[in-house]
Each structure stands twice: as structure tokens, then as C-alpha cells.
Design a protein around this ligand. Structure first.
Ligand SMILES: [Mg+2]
Length: 306
């Protein structure tokens, strides 16, 4: 059995809840485990609900509007390196290294990746521009693609379901029915995230609780959003569940003692687990890996141990 959470009446910030030692993993004594098919339980001691707060990453976790961003970022970074003749290895090798480091920073404000590019240019003997210049250049290239997708959603040429991780609306609805408070924490510019929440018709679920850096403010941290959510709802880490396709949100949810669901999502129209994301998410500490939310109801029933 699960003991009542002592932190419900304790100071607002707590990393964990005390649990009955017999309740290892919060499984309510139900063995063997029977997670929905297609789901992978990485942590056999994963705690099962109830959860009171769910924090979602946005890009790649709910929205697919920006899918393809790493390829655009790598392309622009190669352009800047090429301009100063700083690529001495085969270009494909350089591109693969760039992609690895930008994905490792996935979840931080985008300026961090541009700061790393400036450092790399300096390391290779070049003269870097201000990271803000690189950010502007990247955003211009990215937005050319994103705006086409906005246009399709605005005109009705595409439906919200076309540009979300499959069944994203359903998982949010099921969580809402379970009275879970929903938060979004995104490293993407806040104005854009708000606009895309509206275009994708996600506002009824997460409307008032979308947190992202205003004007790409580099001091924004998902850690602070998680802390705010826990303070506002007066919960401890064990009552928090996080959904994300990146390193940062996964690590931050684990840091406070929550359950991290790794969403190894594929590009729109493709099914199954994204192998590269799966590997990154497991390394970051994800408890469970899912490809999408197509079995949302079964997953939540399992997570709640019901
Ligand atoms: Mg993401």
C-alpha cells in the first residue's frame, strides 16, 4: 500500500515523499508487470501513481511543428564553419559531431547551442560572431519551415492531429479526467509556443500553464518550472510525472524524485520508437519509454496501478 504523502502539509518544496518500505516501486504488490504493449519499462522499481502534477516538454513531446529543427541547426552551423574554412575533417563527420552536441543541449534555451558554436569556432582558430547573431540566423531558417506549417494549420489544409505526437490530445484529456494539473515547460520562445498551443488546439488542457523563455531568455530553466509547479500544487516529487523527448526535462524530473516518461517520438506520419531518442532518454534516466500516446488510457491505468 502507499502511505499518505507527508509532504502535503510540510514546507512547499520537497524532493521526495516517504514511502512504506514494503511498497518498493509502488506496485501495490501486483506482479508480474503487465505494461501496455509497445511500452518499455526501463526502471523495474518505477513508482506507480497517483500523480497530481504532469509536466510536459513541448517540441517532440506534444508538438511536431518543429520537427526537422536539428537538421536545420546543423546546416547553419556547418555554413558558419565553412565560411571561415574551419572544417578540416570530412563534412559528414563534422555534421554528426554537431548533431550530437546540439541534441545533448536539447531542452535548454536555444542560445546555449549558439554559445557552443561560438566556442567551437574559437577552438578551431576562427573568429566567432556574437551567439545572438547565430541565433537570429538559425531562427530565420527554422521559421521559414515553421511558418509553412502554421499556414497549413491556419487555413485548415492540415489538422492539429497531423502535427502532434499521435494521441497527444487524448493523453492530456485522460490526465485531466484524473484531476492531474498539467504544465508545459519548453525551451522554445514563449510567443511561438503560445501560438502553437492555440494552433494545435491544446489550450483547453494546458492554456494557463505554458512556461517558456520570453524572447529566448537564456536564464530560463525547466528546473524552475518544475519547482514552481510543485510549490503551486503543494506536492512532493513522488506525485510528479514528467513527459519529455529530451535530456533536460528527464534529468530534472528524476532530480526531484518524479517519474520520467521518455517519449521517443518519430517524425509526423512515422510509427514506432525513435532509436536515437530512446538511447538518449535511457541515458538521461527515463523510467519508461513510449513511442507516442496511442495507448494513453491503458498507460495511465497502468501508471496509476489500476
Ligand atoms: Mg523536446
Amino acid at each position: 500500500m502507499t502511505v499518505p504523502y507527508p509532504c502535503a502539509t510540510s514546507p512547499s518544496w520537497s524532493y521526495g515523499c516517504e514511502t512504506d518500505p514494503k511498497d518498493e516501486g509502488g506496485n501495490n504488490g501486483r506482479y508480474p508487470w503487465d505494461p501496455p504493449s509497445g511500452w518499455e519499462i526501463i526502471n523495474p522499481a518505477v513508482r506507480r501513481g497517483p500523480f497530481r502534477v504532469a509536466v510536459f516538454d513541448f517540441d517532440g513531446t506534444l508538438s511536431l511543428i518543429r520537427e526537422g529543427w536539428p537538421q536545420i541547426m546543423v546546416g547553419r552551423m556547418l555554413h558558419h564553419l565553412r565560411q571561415q574554412q574551419l572544417i578540416r575533417e570530412p563534412e559528414a563527420e563534422c555534421a554528426a559531431d554537431l548533431e550530437r552536441f546540439i541534441l545533448a543541449l536539447n531542452g535548454h534555451p536555444t542560445l546555449k547551442q549558439m554559445e557552443l558554436l561560438a566556442e567551437e569556432i574559437h577552438r578551431r582558430g576562427g573568429t566567432p560572431a556574437d551567439p545572438e547573431v547565430y541565433l537570429h540566423d538559425y531562427l530565420e531558417a527554422l521559421m521559414a519551415m515553421v511558418q509553412q506549417r502554421w499556414e497549413k494549420l491556419t487555413t485548415g489544409a492540415a489538422s492539429p492531429a497531423d502535427w502532434v505526437v499521435p494521441a497527444a490530445h487524448q493523453v492530456l484529456r485522460h490526465l485531466q479526467q484524473r484531476r492531474v494539473e498539467l504544465y508545459v515547460a519548453s525551451g522554445t520562445d514563449r510567443g511561438h509556443v503560445q501560438h502553437e498551443v492555440d494552433l494545435l488546439q491544446l489550450a483547453p488542457y494546458v492554456g494557463g500553464r505554458v512556461f517558456a523563455p520570453a524572447h529566448n531568455d537564456p536564464s530560463f530553466r525547466k528546473r524552475d518550472v518544475i519547482r514552481q509547479a510543485m510549490d503551486e500544487q503543494n506536492i512532493c516529487g513522488a506525485e510528479l510525472i514528467g513527459f519529455g523527448d529530451g535530456v533536460v526535462e528527464t534529468q530534472e524530473v528524476k532530480r526531484v524524485g518524479g517519474v520520467a516518461v521518455g517519449v521517443a517520438s518519430q517524425p509526423a506520419g512515422r510509427a514506432g520508437v525513435n532509436a536515437a531518442k530512446r538511447e538518449t532518454l535511457i541515458a538521461a534516466g527515463a523510467d519508461i519509454i513510449i513511442p507516442d500516446y496511442q495507448q494513453a488510457e491503458a498507460l495511465l491505468a497502468w501508471l496509476w496501478g489500476s
